[in-house]
Design a protein around this ligand. Structure first.
Ligand code: ATP
Ligand code: MG
Length: 752
């Protein structure tokens, strides 16, 4: 065994080493709490597999987020060498299945260039499917209605639009559980069966799949085509899965079939399951026990990451969850450290000022937690809460990186943006060049000829004409679409598969951090759509949605404003990357922070209405036990990211002067583990104006939420109607799990 590998295995504790080195032919399950070295053990396991003679290219490692995949590749690369790490397939489920489906597209009755329908396109297809189910005669017009000029089915009568929401939920649920139209009919759901059947036909006629299809089609490829199964099993001789708790039932089926050789290791923590809206199903652990009866289970219970106060505070929150399948005793030998600081601020600006001051204080006093900017993270529930921090950090010259911003340096994203830019006035030659590179499959010499739009127009190349046609199509889209999200989604789908495959070789963007799979349109589209929703909510009047703003300002000017905004942000990140040894504060959503760690963590806006996020799409409060438990897990994940200092912040008022309550979960942290800091300006405010302070006069140490139902409703309604446009409301709906198919599902914040 190479020295480095041995050294690594020796650095593990006994139980971790036992797990890493256990017989590779016995299915292995590692269940353990946060910071206990699950991912570290998995790295050891991969090293062991390599040592047993399994080639790196035969090892498949699955993670849930792209950030986690990058982290794992880094960790393996640090021990086994970058070259070996590069050969491993470390992938998220979605990009893995996308590639599998593309490679066998004809078996799925698609061409390899098939489109991936996002939420909006799926909605349109469903409107059409509902219409067809009521009017079978129009079936013959089906593909024209969806693909052709008439694709603006959004203009269909309201009747269909209203019904579509319900049916979209139905279709996604049916797909998540693998139900076929025939099965729906068998269960006496004639209409459901018909609509599902029509929907599938529409997608087929449009050469498209939706995000659920990617997983179910992968399962189908393995079950219906023995040659595909053999090919996959010959290739993937060993499989390791991190964050197993976030695996959906369908994804699990896929793994079960693929791993019939038993060389499978799963690693997870049910307490950290935060993607149930995405179909994640912690019963996967039980399924694993049933399907791999000779499995070996190893539990790790020592937290190496965090100080004792943080470990105990997090444990005291999570223990309030009733549905915990595997109780884990998490302990630590680390010192007590600092108590968890719970900080009240009177509004988001004050909260931001506090955080920024603390960051500067820490940076100037390196002995305090010994922290550089790179060891600090600001975590939030929704991207939009991070906006105010960007401005403040910029003003105070603190370098920062927004998780995911590297996305704008990816060639695929550049190509998408360039394609959109060609429809805007004053499009630069650089953008045309990028478009040509992306759209023209011909060789270097020919590409040189097409340096500008005008030379392209003059060329007689057939390929050149194809590019022009695409550009014309995009231009039409810009003039026809009623939202910029729809334009970006459609354009993303026009990037040729050939180009995407070419770009897979491009790894070395962010210091080697980015994975080849990142160039998968699906995962980058998530960031783009999230950004559009952020952009709209920060730049436009509250309550105005994508469509409304487009109606008022026009699609062209809105797209231009959006592109200007992201260019500015990218140059911001570029500047900050050069600053201070590339060390910068991380801004990220909690969902994207999974598996990662920082010395100092600020969790901001830990308020009722945020964590837990209680809004039902129609404004009615939702408080069923399961979703509250998932919300508690979300806070648990956030708290357990901190190594040495944890700040939990909440505000007492939103920007519309509506009172906000601290999250109910905060009172679950016992007094002896926390230090509560009131906001001085809130106290000032209370003494000056007792009326406006109504409701805030209670002791800040008493964090009882004490929310009246009417208050919840009014905050929620206000939140829902005044602050969010359709796109972000949709995001909330999806993040809440009201729909089985969401932005995060589709792209897994990423993403999700
Ligand atoms: P999460 O549940 O958040 O994904 P995890 O269980 O995967 O956490 P790791 O990220 O592997 O935990 O490890 C947490 C931290 O503890 C890392 O900094 C890692 O280097 C350290 N660590 C893990 N095992 C050991 C060990 N045996 N000795 C010292 N440090 C360790
Ligand atoms: Mg981990």
């Amino acid at each position: 065994m190479p020295d480095e590998n041995l050294k690594y295995l020796l650095s593990l504790n006994e139980r971790q080493r036992e797990a890493a080195c256990s017989d590779i032919s016995i299915p292995l399950m590692i269940v353990a709490g946060p910071g206990s070295g699950k991912t570290s053990t998995m790295v050891g396991r991969v090293l062991m597999l390599l040592n047993e003679g399994i080639s790196a290219s035969n090892i498949l490692a699955m993670t849930f987020t792209t950030a986690a995949a990058a982290e794992m590749r880094d960790r393996i690369g640090a021990v086994a060498g970058k070259a070996t790490a590069k050969q491993l397939t470390i992938s998220t489920f979605h990009s893995f299945s996308l590639q599998l489906c593309r490679s066998h597209a004809e078996k799925l009755e698609r061409t390899p260039e098939f489109l991936i329908y996002g939420h909006g396109q799926q909605r349109r297809a469903i409107i059409e499917a509902v219409r067809l189910s009521e009017d079978e005669k129009s079936r013959k017009n089906l593909s024209v209605a969806i693909v052709g000029e008439e694709s603006n089915s959004i203009t269909s009568p309201h009747h269909y639009k209203d019904a579509s929401r319900k049916w979209q939920k139905f279709v996604t649920q049916a797909k998540a559980s693998g139900k076929t139209p025939a099965e729906c009919r068998k269960m006496d759901d004639e209409t459901g069966g018909k609509i599902l059947g029509n929907y599938n036909d529409i997608l087929k006629s449009c050469n498209a799949l939706d995000y659920h299809d990617l997983i179910s089609c992968s399962v189908k490829l393995l079950t219906d085509f023995p040659e595909v199964l053999k090919e996959c099993q010959d290739l993937w001789k060993a499989i390791v899965i991190d964050e197993f708790q976030d695996t959906s039932a369908m994804q699990y089926s896929f793994l079960r079939i693929l791993a019939s050789h038993n060389h499978i290791t799963i690693v997870g923590d049910d307490d950290q399951s935060i993607f149930s809206f995405n179909g994640a199903d912690i019963s996967g652990f039980d399924s694993f026990r049933r399907d791999f009866p000779n499995y070996k289970e190893i539990r790790l219970n020592k937290n190496y990451r965090s100080t004792r106060y943080i470990v105990e505070a997090a444990s005291s929150v999570i223990k309030n969850n009733k549905k915990r399948c595997q109780l884990k005793n998490v302990e630590t030998d680390n010192s007590s450290g600092y108590k968890v600081i719970i900080k009240e601020s009177h509004n988001e600006d004050a909260q931001c000022a506090f955080v920024v001051d603390k960051i500067l204080e820490t940076a100037s006093n390196r002995s305090d937690a010994g922290c550089s900017y790179g060891n600090i993270a600001i975590l939030y529930r929704r991207q939009v809460s991070g906006k105010v921090f960007q401005t403040a950090l910029r003003e105070r010259k603190i370098p920062f990186n927004i998780h995911g911003v590297a996305v704008y340096r990816k060639k695929v994203v550049r190509a998408i943006i360039a394609m959109v830019k060609t429809t805007l006035p004053d499009c630069d030659d650089g953008s045309y060049r990028q478009v040509f590179k992306a759209l023209l499959p011909f060789e270097k010499e020919e590409k040189k000829k097409c340096k500008t739009f005008w030379t392209l127009k003059r060329t007689q190349l057939t390929q050149g004409r194809k590019v022009l046609l695409t550009l014309e199509m995009i231009s039409k889209l810009v003039h026809r679409e009623q939202s910029i999200s729809a334009v970006i989604t459609s354009v993303a789908n026009m990037v040729p598969q050939k180009y995407l495959l070419e770009q897979r070789a491009v790894i070395d963007v962010d210091g080697g951090k980015l994975l080849n799979e990142d160039n998968d349109v699906r995962s980058v589209l998530q960031y783009l759509l999230d950004d559009i929703s952020d952009f709209l909510s920060t730049h436009f009047v509250a309550g105005q949605g994508d469509r409304e703003v487009v109606k008022e300002k026009g699609c062209v000017s809105l797209l231009k404003a959006f592109i200007d905004c992201i260019s500015e942000r990218e140059s911001e990140n570029f500047r900050s990357r050069r600053h201070e040894n590339q060390s910068s504060v991380t801004l990220t959503t909690i969902h994207q922070s999974k598996g990662l760690e920082w010395d100092i963590v600020f969790i901001i806006k830990v308020n009722e209405s945020e964590i837990p996020l209680l809004h039902e799409f129609n404004g009615v409060a939702k408080e069923n036990g399961t979703s509250i438990e998932e919300e508690r897990r979300l806070l648990y994940v956030a708290m357990t990211r901190a190594r040495r200092k944890l700040f939990i912040l909440y505000v007492t008022m939103d920007s519309n002067w509506q009172m906000l309550q601290p999250s109910r979960f905060l009172k679950e942290i016992p007094n002896h583990l926390r230090e509560v800091q009131a906001d001085i300006s809130t106290q000032d405010l209370q003494s000056k104006n007792p009326d406006t302070s109504k409701g805030t006069t209670r002791s800040t140490a008493d964090l009882q939420p004490n929310v009246q139902p009417s208050e919840v409703d009014s905050v929620q309604n206000d939140f829902h109607h005044s602050k969010f446009d359709e796109a972000s409301a949709e995001l909330i709906e999806l993040a809440e799990g009201n729909s089985g198919n969401g932005f995060l599902k589709r792209f897994s914040v990423d993403e999700r």
